[in-house]
Write a protein that binds this ligand. Structure first.
Ligand code: NAD
Length: 487
């Protein structure tokens, strides 16, 4: 890794080799504001080389048995786990997230993604039906699609990239992947482990660079029949348009404007710390973070008082300090965008109860130029406000009151997104009733971010197209064929 004086310079990983690029872009350490790394600025040429390598590797890789592939995935998981601390340090430095979050969430989940798909690939079955009168037997076969184009965002860099790479290669595809240009380091570190894990050259190719150059080159390449993308709705629209002429298979995991519905009978002792966490974990830079909190009138005042007090306990500062709860936001531009949302809310007459513009932020000497912001709670805000409608993707949450179940369901559904919702109530019938009516791909009741990777993950409405998970990823990363035998 780099010292403070030398820049870390990444290289693309193509056909099992690290290859330099002709031009590079700067990558910043969000907690200091310094350039600390240079990332290849790849384009069509590099993507072409990566696609060629993936094409060459496909026959060997796709003809391996699921068990052979499973063993390799498990080996890679072991190798990442062995270097967990180095990966966590790198992720925290690159993204601005706290070292605690990287150690306990990002990297363990990246390891688990490989273990999970190493196991699940061994347990799929296909279908068989019989037409006795016709003397026919039908069955289905699943085969890998080919070269998978995988494009991931900056908020959970290795976690989300491996959530795509693991099922893609477990199913026998080869890969051209592009992590976010702002957080490429842990993907590059992982490439160093592929050979030792036994991944043949060309099975996973990593091309670093921007979305408009490297990303589009993958999306537009005629030999990449499948794109799995996680990122913003605007980019998803662009990918959909550009890939349409090729009729590519698309999986789109997009943003959210996630509501929490907190009823009078909620257990506030559990609900309040969990909702602070769901609002501000990873600086609010998780697509599943809560950003609209609807609280029933009977407990509204008590909730607000306790919620703000709990929020104020969250310490903002140097992400490498294990006592810190909130690290730096990803970039100067993003910090500015998030701050502007708070300013707009203020201009509309909303009240800021804590955080941005209300409390003062004291930072350590080395972090004065970092992109930090206090967790911010907004109230007295209208449902139509942009802070209640648009994805802010930062440490900002809005709290509003409601009267009835009917009313809150309608208001919770009143946004273009539909990714994740939480419902807090001790009435089991209500929990089922409300969950059933929420327009949301995921509903957590009396908890948040509890995931079983076997089950579908993904959003409704503008939050995405398709689902990922054991069965869903298997279906996405394979083609199904129906075969009929007349006997
Ligand atoms: P983004 O859309 O700007 O970028 C995501 C990736 O797409 C990056 O690798 C980027 O380089 C690439 N890209 C950009 N333009 C492209 C183009 N024209 N063609 C091909 N690739 C292109 O998103 P972001 O800012 O990195 O991430 C934040 C967004 O991701 C938020 O909206 C967040 O909610 C969403 N997200 C969703 C999930 C989910 O699972 N639903 C998870 C994490 C993040």
């Amino acid at each position: 890794m780099s010292s403070s004086k030398t820049l870390l310079v990444l290289e693309n990983f193509i056909a099992g080799k690290f290859v330099p690029c002709s031009s590079y872009i700067d990558s910043y350490n969000p907690s200091t504001g310094d350039v600390y790394c240079r990332v290849p600025d790849s384009g069509k040429e590099e993507v072409e080389a990566a696609v060629r390598a993936a094409k060459d590797a496909f026959p060997i890789w796709s003809s391996k048995s699921p068990l052979e592939r499973s063993q390799i995935l498990n080996k890679l998981a072991d190798l990442i786990e062995h270097d967990l601390e180095a990966f966590a340090q790198a992720e925290s430095k690159d993204q601005g997230k706290t070292i605690t979050f990287a150690r306990t969430v990002d990297i363990p989940r990246a390891v688990y993604n490989f273990r999970f798909f190493a196991s699940s690939i061994l347990h799929h079955t296909t279908e068989c039906t019989e037409m006795v009168a016709m003397g026919c037997l039908h069955y289905t076969l699943r085969t890998p699609v080919g070269i998978a184009g995988l494009i991931s965002p900056w908020n959970l860099p290795l976690y989300l990239l491996t959530w795509k790479i693991a099922p893609a290669i477990a199913c026998g595809n080869t890969v051209v992947a592009k992590p976010s240009e702002m957080t490429s380091v842990t993907a590059w570190m992982m490439c160093k482990l592929f050979e030792k894990a036994g991944i043949p050259h060309g099975v996973v190719n990593m091309v670093f660079g921007t979305g408009s150059k490297a990303g589009e080159a993958i999306v537009c390449h005629p030999d990449v029949p499948l794109i799995s993308f996680t990122g913003s709705m605007l980019t998803a629209q662009c990918i959909t348009e550009k890939s349409a002429p090729h009729c590519k298979k698309l999986s789109l995991e997009l943003g959210g404007k996630n509501p929490a519905l907190i009823f009078d009978d909620a257990d506030l002792n559990q609900c309040i710390p969990a909702t602070v966490r769901s609002s501000f974990a990873n600086q609010g830079e998780i697509c599943l973070c809560t950003s609209r909190i609807f609280v029933q009138k009977g407990i509204y005042n008590e909730f607000l008082k306790r919620f703000v007090a709990e929020t104020k306990k969250w310490k903002v500062g140097n992400p490498s300090d294990p006592a810190v709860d909130v690290g730096a936001l990803i970039s100067k531009e993003h910090l500015e965008k998030v701050r502007n949302y708070v300013k707009k809310a203020q201009a509309e007459g909303a009240r800021i109860l804590c955080g941005e513009g209300v409390d003062s932020l004291v930072l350590p000497a080395g972090n004065q130029k970092g992109y930090f912001m206090l967790p911010t709670v907004i109230t007295e805000i209208k449902d139509e406000s942009c802070c209640m409608q648009e994805e802010i993707f930062g440490p900002v949450t809005c709290v509003v009151a409601f009267d009835t179940e009917e009313e809150v369901i309608e208001r919770a559904n009143g946004v273009k997104y539909g990714l994740a919702a939480t419902v807090w109530s001790s009435n089991v019938s209500r929990v089922h009733r409300v969950a059933q009516r929420l327009q949301s791909g995921l509903v957590w009741t009396n908890c948040w971010l509890v995931r079983d990777l076997n089950l579908p993950f993904g959003g409704m409405k503008a939050s995405g197209v398709g689902r990922e998970g054991a069965k869903d990823s298997y279906e996405f990363f394979t083609e199904v064929k129906t075969i009929t035998i007349k006997h």
